[in-house]
Structures are given as structure tokens and as C-alpha cells.
Design a protein around this ligand. Structure first.
Ligand code: PHE
Length: 472
């Protein structure tokens, strides 16, 4: 007989765990970089609109689906669809997607740990040389750090939903908020910091074009951990008496506030480093920012706050990003673990070992695809460009499948599960929700323009990434 399903102990526990999932490298680095390059305050506005009007309803749909079925994504789709073969497809996608995203996210997290260790050892001069990154990611230390990160995540997962995931979130998330605030306060007192704040907040609407809009949407969707089966799984650990609408709002607000605050850290740091900089010329990539540009800024801090001060600042920064990444990884790896438990009746430990073994192999394939193993480095040629195994995983699962999964959730909840059933689940634990504007909006938008927007993004990404063409 299967053991009773585990649940989060409290509403706050759920909110912190879900926020732990949502707050990740995306918030701390990708968001500030995107805002910098795409019109500052104007981007923030577009992003916030997407979070609250498009992503929030999808989050409610995922949580409701999970809580109703009390199952992992595969089981949730199967049970709620009454065993439909067609609708088992999104269930499987909501399992494979997090599994593969976890693999590439794991590799980036490993690099962050490596940079944290170097910052702690006081080697900022080394980190600041552009060449270090290439050497480091191809060094044997990557495999050692990979084991360390996997032990940490799987250690938390072994303890279960309440004693592992929830307890880790309750400890790590407040720590993350404090570290982030401390870094922001410090940076804001630096010379020329206000130039960065201005650049970040003053809207430049001329930069808003269809590409920026689609970028903001993709960023918001990823940042809220949607389309990855995570919210379906976490929904299944929610208690019936907790309100899905208000908990989702709390998660979305926390996630957005953290992303916004991270901008107040990154931009002032850039302008303190070089007040003449034109941020539009910075690299688009988060990895470029974390591993190439920020270390230069940290190193330059030595002239004003000394060797120890600069090393400490860098170490706190990398630790902050590491914590954010670990809590996200915990949530994403819990998805396949839940599937093995629910669908194969495995006990938690066995499920964790099984997933970890496969993930270790795939993560190694990603880690060696930067030159160590030629076959993985030149894994495929797509739209005339060489793609490594790492690139390919990111391109297929993160860029392309994520919006497709979101689209399928919307269609499933509204047209298969049906509006009335979905509404009933949202009212469970929130009797005041019925008849509110929010209820009407969520119900209408999920069946109409939200799936349409996600469909457009999916088609456009497919065309752009795989055929080198963009419609927008
Ligand atoms: N929300 C995370 C971020 O912003 C995305 C993510 C979630 C990635 C879970 C991996 C696992 O980085």
C-alpha cells in the first residue's frame, strides 16, 4: 500500500518553497540583464503585466490541477482526463521537460559553486581574467563540484516534502532575502550607483518591440517555474484549506520583487565600475554576466574596499546565486521523483537514487560539451549553426517546450477538465473567490488569449531556433 501523500506543513511553508523554486538564476541575473538591454522601466512594466495577467492564471491552473489530482504531472493528466491517451502527452512532457532543464541548470549551478570557492579563496584576480572561465569549465574540478551539488540537493529531497523541501526553503529563503538586501544597500552607497538606478528605472519605450515583448514573456514564464510540472507537483502537496489564488499571488509578488531588487544590485554595480558604460553593449547572456563581467567588477572593488572586502562581497554574491539555484533545483528534481513514487510505487529514497543516477550521466554529457569531448561539443548542426549537447538541451526544453507545456495546461484545464471543476478547486480554501473579478478574469483568459499568446511564442521560437526565421 502506498504511504499517505506528504503535504507542506503550512501555507507559509508552501509559499516559501514555491518562491524558492521561482527565485533562481533567472531572477538574479537574467532579469536585470534583460531589463538593462530592453528599455529599463519600460521592460519592467511589460514584465509585470505578463507576470500578473498571463503567468499568474497559469500558475493557478497548474496548482489546482496538482491539488485536485493529488498526483505528479503524469498521474494528474491521466486521472483528470479519465485516462485519455491524447492527454497523457502533456503529462509526459511535464515530466521530461523539468528533468532535462534540471540537467543544464545543474551544470550552471556547479560553475557558480566553483566561482564561490575561488572567491572564498581570495582569487578574484584570477576570476577577473576572461580566460579563467574557459579553463575552469573544462577542468576536472567541475566533476567534483557536480557531486557536491547533487549530494546537497538529493540530501534535502531525501528528507521529504515537509522536513526537506519546506524546511530548506524556510531556512534558505529568508537568508537569501537578507543577503540580497545587504548587497543592494552596500552597492547603493557606492560612487555613481545612482546612474545605474536611473538607467534601470527610467523607461525607454522606444526599445519595446515584438522581440522584447516575447523575451519579457518567456522570462516571466521561466521565472515563475511554469510549464515544468513543478507547480502541478507542489500543488499536490498543498492542503485543501489553503487558498490557491492568494498563495499564487504571494509567490508571484515575491518572485517579482526579488527580480526587481536584483536589478538594484546589478546595474549600480556596473555603473560604479564604469560610469561611462553603455549597458546596451553588454552581452545578452546570463552566463556572460555572472562568469565574465561581474568578476571584473568584484576585482575592481579591491581599490575601494580592499582585498578582503572585495572577496567577501563576491563570495556573498555567489553564495546568494547558489542558494537561489539550489532551491530551484530541489523543486525541479522533485517532479521526476514524485512521478516515480506515484506511478511506479517506488519509495522516496529509491526514486531519488534512480533519478540522480540518470541525471549524473546527462549532466556529465552537458559538462563535457564545452570542448572536453568533441562529440558532445559538436553534437548537432541546427539552422546552419553548431550546437553542443548543452546548447541543444537548453534550446529544446527551455526555449521551445516550455511555452508549449503552458499552452497545453491552459487548454487541458479549461476544455478537458472544464471551467466549473477548475473554479470549484480554486474556491476550495478560498470561498470568497467566487464571483470576484479575479475569478472571472482567470477563467476567461485561460481559455482564450493566454493559450493564444503561448502558441504564438511556441511557433515563433520553433521557427527562429530551428529554421532561423522569426515572424515577429
Ligand atoms: N524560476 C527559476 C529561475 O528563475 C527557473 C527554474 C526553476 C530553473 C526550477 C530550474 C528549476 O531561475
Amino acid at each position: 500500500m502506498a504511504a499517505a501523500r506528504e503535504h507542506f506543513g503550512s501555507r507559509l511553508g508552501f509559499i516559501l518553497a514555491a518562491a524558492g523554486s521561482a527565485v533562481g538564476i533567472g531572477n538574479l541575473v537574467a532579469f536585470p540583464v534583460a531589463a538593462t538591454k530592453s528599455g529599463g522601466g519600460a521592460f519592467l512594466l511589460v514584465y509585470a503585466l505578463f507576470v500578473f495577467f498571463i503567468c499568474l492564471p497559469v500558475m493557478m491552473a497548474e496548482l489546482a490541477l496538482g491539488r485536485k489530482s493529488d498526483k505528479d504531472p503524469v498521474g494528474a493528466y491521466r486521472q483528470v482526463s479519465g485516462g485519455s491517451r491524447f492527454w497523457s502527452l502533456p503529462g509526459w512532457l511535464a515530466l521530461v521537460t523539468p528533468f532535462m532543464i534540471a540537467v543544464f541548470y545543474l551544470v550552471v549551478t556547479v560553475w557558480i559553486l566553483g566561482y564561490l570557492v575561488e572567491a572564498l579563496r581570495g582569487n578574484l584576480d584570477q576570476l577577473a581574467t576572461g580566460a579563467y572561465f574557459g579553463q575552469f569549465i573544462n577542468s576536472p574540478m567541475v566533476f567534483v563540484y557536480l557531486i557536491v551539488v547533487m549530494l546537497g540537493i538529493n540530501g534535502i529531497l531525501t528528507l521529504g516534502v515537509k522536513d526537506g523541501i519546506e524546511r530548506a526553503a524556510k531556512t534558505l529563503m529568508p537568508m537569501l532575502f537578507v543577503m540580497l538586501l545587504a548587497l543592494v544597500i552596500f552597492v547603493l552607497t557606492r560612487e555613481n550607483a545612482m546612474l545605474g538606478v536611473k538607467y534601470y528605472l527610467i523607461p525607454d519605450f522606444s526599445k519595446i518591440n515584438p522581440e522584447v515583448i516575447s523575451k519579457a514573456m518567456a522570462q516571466a514564464f521561466f521565472s515563475l517555474s511554469l510549464g515544468m510540472g513543478i507547480m502541478i507537483t507542489y500543488g499536490s502537496y498543498m492542503k485543501k484549506q489553503d487558498s490557491i489564488p492568494s498563495s499564487s499571488r504571494a509567490v508571484a509578488i515575491t518572485d517579482t520583487l526579488v527580480a526587481f531588487t536584483a536589478g538594484l544590485l546589478i546595474l549600480p554595480s556596473i555603473f560604479h565600475f564604469n560610469p561611462q558604460i553603455n549597458p546596451a553593449e553588454l552581452s545578452d547572456s546570463s552566463a556572460g554576466m555572472i562568469f565574465l563581467f561581474l568578476p571584473k567588477i568584484f576585482y575592481a572593488l579591491q581599490s575601494s574596499i580592499g582585498y578582503f572586502g572585495a572577496s567577501a562581497f563576491a563570495a556573498v554574491f555567489f553564495f546568494l546565486v547558489l542558494v537561489a539555484a539550489l532551491t530551484s533545483l530541489v523543486s525541479i528534481i522533485e517532479v521526476p521523483v514524485a512521478t516515480l513514487r506515484d506511478e511506479r510505487n517506488m519509495d522516496r529514497k529509491k526514486a531519488i537514487y534512480t533519478i540522480a543516477a540518470v541525471q549524473l550521466v546527462l549532466a556529465i554529457c552537458c559538462a563535457v560539451s564545452f570542448g572536453l569531448v568533441q562529440w558532445f561539443t559538436e553534437f548537432a548542426t541546427i539552422a546552419g549553426e553548431n550546437k553542443s549537447f548543452f546548447d541543444l538541451v537548453e534550446m529544446i526544453f527551455y526555449d521551445t517546450i516550455l511555452p508549449l507545456n503552458g499552452l497545453l495546461v491552459c487548454l487541458f484545464v479549461i476544455y478537458k477538465w472544464k471551467r466549473a471543476n477548475f473554479d470549484r478547486e480554486l474556491q476550495e480554501g478560498d470561498s470568497g473567490f467566487a464571483g470576484t473579478f479575479s475569478q472571472k478574469y482567470v477563467n476567461f483568459s485561460l481559455g482564450t488569449f493566454i493559450p493564444l499568446i503561448l502558441l504564438l511564442i511556441f511557433i515563433n521560437t520553433l521557427a527562429l531556433k530551428f529554421f532561423g526565421h522569426s515572424f515577429i
